[in-house]
Ligand binder design. Structure first.
Ligand SMILES: Cc1cc2nc3c(=O)[nH]c(=O)nc-3n(C[C@H](O)[C@H](O)[C@H](O)COP(=O)(O)O)c2cc1C
Length: 182
């Protein structure tokens, strides 16, 4: 059984990215589970705070990543790049540096994202790549999923209503899970 940990980079209640993550949870292939984690509660990174100790929200998320076979990052795009709250969370998760090998090195990671715009987080996903490389992760490049015009693909309850997209998401997840087992 492969265990995937999914993290949405949006705090917004009606987030398209969080809705996409919930849809992914329902569409996981047999033999794999997707647990949803949150960046909520992670403070702004501050070295003075770190000097007092790593916040418990950070430690819990680090341990969840360390225990996962794979991590699915569901990223919004802000100003053609990674939203600050999401980057801030990853920055905290990389502290202290001595834990980076245990938490991130060789960790298999996949990226997806949703935006109401036409380009579906393509630049945000690209902006993640140097971060994932720096942390020593093993990103999966076998599939790509960029959800554009996201305001039209979820219903009011946040359920995926676009059958074609559902198929693409299912295929993406199957590919990532196959990579985890390889
Ligand atoms: C500060 C800011 C910058 C944004 N920049 C972009 C952008 O560069 N590209 C894009 O496609 N959408 C951009 N958006 C729109 C977001 O894609 C949209 O707010 C989306 O709903 C955020 O994801 P969420 O629904 O998961 O919260 C921006 C939104 C904000 C608040």
């Amino acid at each position: 059984m492969s265990k995937v940990l999914g993290i949405s980079g949006s705090l917004r209640r009606g987030s398209f990215n969080s809705a996409l993550l919930r849809a992914a949870q329902r569409l996981m292939p047999d033999g794999a589970t997707l647990e949803i984690a949150t960046i909520r509660g992670i403070p702004l990174y501050d070295g003075d705070v770190e000097a007092q100790g790593i916040p418990v929200t950070v430690t819990q998320l680090k341990e969840a990543i360390a225990a996962a076979d794979g991590v699915l990052l569901v990223t919004p795009e802000y100003n053609n790049s990674i939203p600050g709250v999401f980057k801030n969370a990853i920055d905290w998760l990389s502290r202290p540096p001595k834990d980076v090998p245990r938490v991130f090195r060789g960790r298999r990671v996949a990226l997806i994202g949703a935006s109401p715009g036409n380009f579906g987080t393509i630049l945000s996903q690209s902006a993640w790549l140097p971060v994932l490389r720096t942390l020593g992760t093993q990103p999966w490049f076998g599939g790509r999923l960029m959800v554009s015009r996201a305001d039209g693909v979820f219903d009011e309850a946040g359920q995926l209503k676009d059958a074609a997209l559902e198929g693409k998401l299912r295929e993406f997840l199957a590919g990532f899970v196959a990579f985890l087992g390889s």
